[in-house]
Design a binder for this molecule. Structure first.
Ligand SMILES: Cc1cc2nc3c(=O)[nH]c(=O)nc-3n(C[C@H](O)[C@H](O)[C@H](O)COP(=O)(O)OP(=O)(O)OC[C@H]3O[C@@H](n4cnc5c(N)ncnc54)[C@H](O)[C@@H]3O)c2cc1C
Length: 406
């Protein structure tokens, strides 16, 4: 499809295209542009319409619209990509594809991968064929990530990997992993790390899901025993993986902050959740038509204002980055902003629900209220995943040149 040069003309063309091609049953079903299909060998579409929507977008390169068309994208300029996301978001349509492939390893391969790696992996990400997970954290290496001990020893043209990862989100559902391994055992710890890609079906990999307080098992322990990985699957030079890893973390933190600031919920029961509508439903309106409970009203307004400001800030930051401004501690700042905002939002949701918001199981609670309790608990992890808030504050302080210690 030839795109109009002017983003506003494209907006109109896209509106017509969505009218004709986005299945009606999917309209107004999600509340942010970050919810959608995760792809992968084991994927199942929630409905035939979800599949149809995905296939229509893949055909146009619109699962990764801003990527080069040779890798399954649509060469969409950033201005048009923003229009695309706004158009889906304002209609409550799910993104055709979401996940770590698109937001983390894809951008890193575009920047750091060699031609063979780009040709091999990017089209499979854009087509939703392969789902990726992130093998960074280990039992003794979370905030102090450079302390990682999972080792890879070169044997001919293969690495032999032994060790353990932990908190690996969706490792049980993913097809490939991007993994930090130790390839040098002396000297500065950051200088002995390499960045490897491998198939989760490789012999020697064991995955064990971990059950969370929210009742879900979104992440796993992953064990490697003599896992053989072709040396050609290394991104960047041997022992230069720390640089690649940090670049990826900046994408992750920016994405986590941005997606969470957009107000997302992972649970299907809450995908169209709106704090204001919920409050109106519970408390009703006063004689002037306002939300009846004054203190909740104030907090709903504050929550919506914070959300709107976060969205504008994300947009301003992105525009600045595109215009060549230095990124500085931007991804850490966005991560803190988005995650803390999100925690306040779900806290408010649970308070609005009152005793119903503590529902865990049983018919006495609605599906939404049970989901609310789980989402509230899940949000506790937001200020840990992708690097804790304390660590983000350390990064910001360092970049601002603030003195060490309080
Ligand atoms: C929902 C979720 C999903 C995740 N998904 C993945 C994934 O897919 N892949 C992956 O590799 N990892 C993943 N993680 C792991 C995550 O990156 C780590 O949990 C995080 O980096 C913190 O490490 P840790 O858990 O070892 O805590 P620790 O590093 O042990 O930290 C414990 C506490 O000490 C504080 N602390 C530590 N060091 C400092 C310091 N220098 N200054 C001040 N305070 C400090 C921390 O802020 C924290 O409060 C996920 C985590 C969560 C919660």
């Amino acid at each position: 499809m030839k795109l109009a040069d002017d983003p506003e003309v494209f907006r109109d063309e896209l509106a017509d295209w969505l009218e004709a091609n986005a299945p009606r049953s999917l309209w107004n079903t999600v509340s942010t542009p970050f919810q959608g299909h995760w792809g992968g060998r084991n994927c199942a579409f929630p409905s035939p319409d979800h599949k149809l929507w995905f296939e229509r977008c893949v055909a146009l390169g619109w699962t990764a619209p801003h990527w080069p068309s040779e890798y399954g994208g649509a060469d969409m300029p950033t201005s048009h990509y923003r229009v695309f996301r706004e158009a889906l978001s304002s209609r409550g349509l799910p993104m055709p594809l979401v996940g770590t492939g698109l937001t983390m390893i894809g951008p890193i391969l575009l920047a750091e991968g060699n031609d063979a790696q780009k040709a091999e992996h990017l089209p499979k990400i854009a087509s939703g064929e392969i789902r990726w997970c992130q093998g960074y954290s280990e039992p003794g290496a979370g905030s102090d990530l450079a302390n990682l001990q999972c080792k890879a020893v070169l044997d001919g043209d293969e690495y032999v990997v032994n060790g353990q990862k932990i908190w690996t989100s969706h490792a049980d559902k993913s097809d490939w992993i991007f993994c930090l391994v130790r390839t040098k055992f002396d000297g500065k710890k950051q200088g002995g790390i390499s960045f490897l890609l491998f198939d989760m079906n490789t012999p020697g990999i064991t995955v064990r899901p971990i059950q969370l307080i929210s009742g879900a098992s979104p992440f796993c322990e992953v064990f490697f025993e003599d896992v053989r990985v072709p040396a050609s699957n290394r991104v960047g030079a041997e022992n230069d993986g720390w640089r690649v890893a940090k670049a990826l973390l900046a994408h992750e933190r920016g994405m986590v902050g941005e997606s969470i600031a957009a107000g997302g919920a992972r649970l299907p029961e809450l995908q169209a959740y709106n704090v204001r509508e919920h409050a109106l439903e519970v408390f009703g309106k006063d004689a002037t038509g306002r939300l009846a409970d004054a203190s909740i009203r104030e907090r709903v307004v504050q929550s919506e204002m914070d959300q709107a400001l976060a969205r504008i800030t994300v947009r301003r930051v992105n525009e600045g980055l595109k215009a060549g401004q230095s990124s500085g501690p931007v991804s850490s700042t966005l991560k803190i902003l988005g995650t803390e905002l999100n925690q306040r939002r779900w806290e408010l949701g649970v308070e609005i629900a009152g005793p119903d918001g503590l529902g865990w199981s049983g018919d006495a609670f609605s599906d939404r209220d049970r989901a609310l309790a789980r989402q509230w608990l899940r949000s506790k992890g937001n200020t840990i995943e992708g690097g804790s808030s304390e660590v983000q504050r350390n990064i910001i302080a360092r970049m601002l040149g603030l003195p060490k210690g309080a």
